[in-house]
Design a protein around this ligand. Structure first.
Ligand code: 0PR
Length: 391
């Protein structure tokens, strides 16, 4: 029997609980790829809290705005006219949805029976959401080692392709070091083997297109085998959680995961895990893009990367090792050998001093987001200097 919860559950003091949370605004969160939303984006988000893209007959305007956001993002990656996309809850949902579509398309195209384990190839550097997708979709994940540059090893990828392979995942902006896989080579491999390529640019998607040397990275739907790309707007896209993004080169591709809701007005077709889903982030991003545009995003990206390089240089001069030189605003460092403190303890000490970092792949990771300025980093360096002299 269910009891009256009001008498058994103790009251919670919301205010005192929320006071325990950290805030992006103080510039000291260096462990997160999420950001302090732009003030303008946040206001528009709040005004559109109720909009539901799962029921486009009720919110046709918001649906058009989502399509507009897909075109804005698409422009950054040469998405063809026939392309499409969705604003989802985040990079994990986008990656899972992308692999869901790949699995169904490839299974149907190759007439692969379910008795054979279908295989998906991804670098060891891939985000955990790829493991989740493989688990959910009953795929065998073939994890390819990375090179010294923390990029997928192309030779080993080639060796791993089998008749059960249904696709390859490349990463643009790895979670640990921000590196980007050799996408041109992955594309060639996919073409040779008639396989689709998915790129996880959850973080890098809103960074690489703004770099002066963007062409070098081939992060573009001009790559013939590229089918889908994850690009989050709640990371460097500067809008509130939840706002992941998924682009498909061809409108027909997601039809393999299409479900119709016959009882709703207009019989909407869904290509999403969620039914009810917020339209607020799409409106917030469309508004922000209108206000600050390509150049506004570009100046934030460039500033973040300069700050990251500044921090790398300062830490290097203090004896820290930089296993991978940062190319974007993610820096992984290893503490000096001379230090009697372990990396783990150093990381804890930084947290105790109010600076949050992560331990990823044997390195202390700093993600330098727009809320962190040069002045914040100078304060961080004073804390680090203190820690170095204390031990
Ligand atoms: N792909 C890549 C390359 C990622 O780095 C991430 C997130 C995802 C996909 C998944 O994105 P969602 O978290 O939006 O589903 N990587 C961040 C990380 O592991 C996730 C994160 C964000 C963790 C904020 C903590 C945090 O405070 O660092």
């Amino acid at each position: 029997m269910v009891e009256d919860q009001s008498s058994t559950v103790k009251e919670i003091n919301l205010k005192s609980e929320l006071e325990k949370d950290l805030s992006y605004a103080n510039g000291q969160i260096l462990s997160s790829m999420n950001c302090q939303a732009e003030v303008q984006a946040r206001e528009i988000f709040i005004q559109n809290l109720e909009s539901n893209l799962g029921d486009p007959a009720l919110f046709p305007g918001t649906k058009n705005i989502e399509s507009h956001v897909i075109r804005i993002l698409g422009q950054l990656f040469d998405l063809p006219e026939n392309g499409t996309g969705l604003i989802l809850t985040g990079g994990s949902e986008a990656n899972i949805t992308a692999l869901w579509a790949i699995r169904n398309n490839e299974r149907d195209r190759k007439d692969l029976s379910n008795s054979r384990p279908l295989e998906i190839i991804a670098p060891q550097s891939a985000h955990i959401s790829i493991n989740k997708a493989a688990d959910l979709l009953n795929l065998k994940l073939i994890s390819i080692p990375v090179t010294k540059k923390y990029q997928i090893d192309i030779k080993k990828t080639k060796q791993a392709i089998s008749s059960n392979t249904i696709g390859i995942v490349g990463v643009a902006g790895t979670t640990a070091f921000g590196t980007i896989d050799p996408l041109w080579d992955l594309n060639e491999l996919c073409l040779e083997n008639n396989l689709p390529l998915h790129i996880d640019a959850a973080f890098g998607g809103m960074v690489f297109p703004f770099l002066p040397n963007v062409q070098e990275f081939n992060l573009s739907f001009k790559l013939k085998s590229l089918i889908s790309m994850t690009v989050d707007v709640h990371k460097m896209g500067r809008v509130n959680i939840p706002a992941g993004g998924l682009l498909w080169k061809d409108k027909t591709y997601p039809m393999a995961i299409e479900f119709t809701l016959p009882y709703l007005a207009g019989n909407p077709k869904q290509h999403t895990l969620s039914g009810t889903r917020s339209g607020a982030s799409s409106v917030a991003f469309a508004h922000l893009w209108k206000k600050i545009g390509f150049r506004g995003f570009q100046s934030d990206v460039i500033r973040c990367i300069h700050n990251t390089k500044f921090l790398a240089g300062e830490l290097k001069s203090r004896g820290f090792k930089i296993p991978i030189e940062p190319i974007i605003n993610i820096l992984g460092v290893q503490i000096p050998d001379s230090l009697s403190l372990s990396q783990e303890d150093f990381h804890i000490a930084l947290w105790e001093n109010g600076w949050t970092t992560s331990l990823v792949n044997g390195a202390l990771r700093f993600v330098i987001m727009p809320a962190t300025s040069r002045a914040h980093l100078s304060r961080l360096l004073s804390v680090i200097d203190q820690l170095l002299t204390d031990v």
